[in-house]
Design a binder for this molecule. Structure first.
Ligand SMILES: C[S@@+](CC[C@H](N)C(=O)[O-])C[C@H]1O[C@@H](n2cnc3c(N)ncnc32)[C@H](O)[C@@H]1O
Length: 306
């Protein structure tokens, strides 16, 4: 009996319960819908590729769900982290796990072509890797170029008419230097902010006192980093999270980069997942300024002939 949308709504509701508060749940739901649509149009099982697959939570979960629509044996996860890949191999036997750098064109060349390429929370790590020891910050123009090259590599892995599913952080629109005033909920949160400002590595965080000990003024750019990273403070993950900028492209830059790679966007959504957590930390005093949307989800198709 064919499984309809109601079946899948129920399946994912149950299966994704542990990811309830994680944005990447949206990536899995969108990719599942896409896989079902593609499978209905074609007669061969689909090949999936995930670049930066980590422990396989995305590609493995999708292949588990859609084992009749996808070919697990020819689907591939790539990651350069041996430990994560070992987890992936253990949890999803059958999936090809390739250890290597997905920004390496020679590595991608060897993988062949795929119907779907998944880029979930991966490109911001390419951006963050362009830290310049001279600048003591990410070299932003070079970093953006590396992201675009990685996107080009992903597009190059697609069969004609194949699809990219991207889910990642989002730089808010407007002037990143625009100043805003925030008020911490209490002294402990203010102390955490100072720890964040001292330890955050990708960019120098600067701020000014703003009248009383619980208020500071900082740029929109630094505020966005603070709220998206502060949730990891004092957690084990902080060690790696403090090295990364989750933001790299605005929505406009994403659109432009996809267009340059011959990828036609059919769905683009921006979303906020952690708004509730941020509100418990700070209040924005500056009128008219809102908490930013922190994630972007894009489904895009490679043009048949570029
Ligand atoms: C935040 S994790 C996301 C993992 C997985 N996509 C998920 O959402 O569960 C990012 C992964 O990308 C990998 N990664 C980042 N840059 C990479 C590169 N240039 N080549 C290979 N792997 C990379 C990291 O090792 C990490 O496992």
């Amino acid at each position: 009996m064919p499984q309809n949308d109601d079946f899948w709504d129920f399946y994912w509701e149950t299966r994704l319960q542990p990811m309830e508060n994680l944005g990447k749940r949206e990536a899995i739901l969108a990719a599942s819908g896409l896989i079902r649509r593609l499978a209905a149009q074609g007669d061969r099982p689909l090949r999936l590729l995930e670049l930066g697959c980590g422990e396989g939570q995305i590609i493995g979960t999708l292949l588990d769900a859609h084992s009749q629509l996808c070919d697990i044996r020819t689907s591939v996860g790539v990651d350069y982290n041996a430990q994560s890949l070992a987890h992936c191999r253990r949890d999803y036997p059958g999936l090809q796990c390739v250890k290597g750098d997905f920004t390496d064109p020679d590595l991608l060349e060897e993988l062949g072509k795929f119907e779907v390429v998944l880029l979930v929370n991966a490109l911001h790590e390419v951006f963050s890797a362009s830290f310049s020891p001279e600048l003591q910050e990410i070299d932003i123009p070079a970093a953006k170029q590396h992201v675009e090259q990685a996107l080009a590599g992903a597009a190059g892995c697609l069969k004609p008419g194949g699809w990219v599913v991207l889910f990642d952080g989002l730089e808010p629109p407007g002037d990143p230097g625009q100043s805003l005033r925030i008020c911490f909920r209490d002294d402990a949160i203010r102390e955490d902010f100072e720890t964040f400002a001292r330890q955050y590595h990708p960019l120098r965080i600067t701020y000014r006192e703003a009248g009383d000990p619980l208020r500071v003024e900082l740029s929109q750019r630094d505020f966005t980093r603070y709220i998206t990273k502060s949730i990891f403070l004092r957690k084990k993950l902080w060690k790696t999270e403090q090295l990364e900028s989750y933001q790299y492209f605005t929505e406009k830059e994403h659109r432009a980069a996809f267009a340059r790679q011959g990828l036609k966007i059919s769905e683009l959504r921006t979303l906020t997942v952690n708004d509730g957590k941020w509100r418990r930390l700070v209040k924005i005093d500056t009128p008219g300024v809102k908490f930013p949307e922190e994630h972007i989800l894009i489904l895009a198709q490679k043009k048949e002939q570029v």
